[in-house]
Design a protein around this ligand. Structure first.
Ligand SMILES: O=C(O)CCC(=O)C(=O)O
Ligand SMILES: [Fe+2]
Length: 395
């Protein structure tokens, strides 16, 4: 479970059981054009749009004005996703980790059970069948392995561990069954954080240019840099057998609609395999979809050498809407030859520290009722309120 996965179907970070709420499922639109800026390529079945891309060589230049690209990718009328191309070392680290996803998922059940952590609401180690789908059924379509790639033991303070178990409990690694997982997971997670920090620097510049003024609290870059709460999620989507599955043709058939909850999410391009062989996905309509600001559902693409980033709700709130969170979901392949096709990917949820004081503006688009009159909560308190809000809403 993770709190980024609380609000909609499964925003990236909330109790697994809390991931049952969904936004209204959206019809696939064939008119995904969002103006020339989004380079939309339409097909009768779906609109496919390439993420706005920034070369890594530009991103690392602090003096380079990337405001236009940030706006196009993450601003109020942007596509909602941005990719960073040609990050040194990324393709090798991506493959090294994604190739382990089927291996974790196919460990014997009793072994996988040993890596579960119910006390963190399955926010560390192995998690399968704990989240709810839009339909209300438990999600057995994918399994996840969660860990904090930066800190094995975020704190030794027992009070904190009990208060914020989904952030503060220690990592669990399958050291004797799959020792390479820890190394590959930490390497990719750290790289995604480093590149995420560079992107956050340029996002902060863009927000300041928009006249928000100096931040009341920490900037996005500082927020992420000082956090002990980051969470990596290695995802394995099991092959779908369409004849028996109602959700087979829905655009959210593999992962329901949601918005990530934290600050910034890094995503790798997914790896598909069929009978253990790496393949190009046989169904071009399968993959990551987003709902654009003008309510179109489009398939979004980025390349194997690109690292993609999406804004989380907390950043949307704190930037007063200058950077926007993006509803997204994943469609399973549904063509005849898609049987036995699985999908592995990695998400890195960067989120504020549990101790980070967030000053919420008086008008916010999400969870207004959780914010006290003085507008200030720590991220830990805010997350707790979100979880409670969800559980009180449950029957
Ligand atoms: O599988 C993907 O590409 C996206 C996963 C995702 O959105 C999430 O874990 O929050
Ligand atoms: Fe997500």
């Amino acid at each position: 479970m993770e709190i980024g996965r609380l609000v909609r179907t499964q925003p990236g970070w909330a109790p697994a059981a809390a991931r049952g709420r969904s936004r209204r499922p959206l019809a696939l639109s064939s008119s995904g054009r969002r103006g020339a800026r989004c380079r939309a390529m339409e097909s009768p079945a779906s609109a496919s749009v390439h993420a706005v891309s920034i070369p890594f060589s530009d991103l690392k230049e602090k003096d380079r004005d990337l405001g236009g690209k940030i706006e196009e990718g993450l601003g109020p009328s942007g596509l909602g996703i941005i990719s960073i191309a040609d990050v040194p070392g990324f393709p090798v680290l991506r493959k090294a980790l994604l190739r382990l996803a089927p291996k974790v998922a196919n460990l014997p059940e009793d072994v996988r059970k040993g890596f579960e952590d119910p006390d963190s609401r399955f926010s560390f180690g192995w998690s399968h069948g704990k989240e709810k789908l839009e339909s209300g059924k438990l999600d057995t379509f994918k399994g996840s392995f969660y860990a904090n790639p930066i800190l094995d033991v975020p704190t030794t303070d027992d009070v904190l561990v009990r208060r914020y178990p989904s952030y503060c409990r220690p990592n669990i690694w399958p050291a004797s069954h799959l020792p390479e997982l820890e190394i590959a997971f930490k390497a990719l997670g750290k790289l995604m954080l480093e590149v995420g920090l560079m992107l956050a620097y340029h996002c902060d510049r863009y927000v300041m240019q928009q006249g928000v003024g100096t931040y009341d609290g920490e900037s996005l870059e500082q927020t992420i840099a000082s956090s002990r709460c980051h969470k990596g999620r290695l995802l394995y989507y099991y092959p779908r057998q369409f004849s028996k599955q109602e959700e087979g043709d829905s655009v959210s058939s593999w992962c329901g609609w949601h918005t990530d909850h934290g600050s910034l999410t890094g995503l790798s391009c997914a790896l598909f395999t069929k009978n253990s062989l790496e393949i190009l996905c046989p169904d071009s309509a399968a993959g990551l979809y987003i709902r654009t600001r003008d309510d179109k559902v489009v398939k979004v693409t980025f390349e194997e050498n690109e690292l993609a980033y999406q804004i989380g709700e907390t950043t949307e709130i704190l930037s007063r809407g200058r950077l926007c969170a993006t509803p997204h979901c994943v469609k399973a392949p549904s063509s005849e030859n898609a049987s036995n096709v699985d999908r592995s990917t990695f998400a890195m949820f960067m989120q504020p520290d549990w101790d980070e004081k967030l000053k919420f503006p008086s008008e916010i688009p999400y969870h207004q009722e959780l914010i006290p009159p003085n507008g200030t909560l720590t991220f830990g308190e805010y997350s707790e309120r979100l979880v409670n809000k969800y559980y009180q809403g449950m029957t």
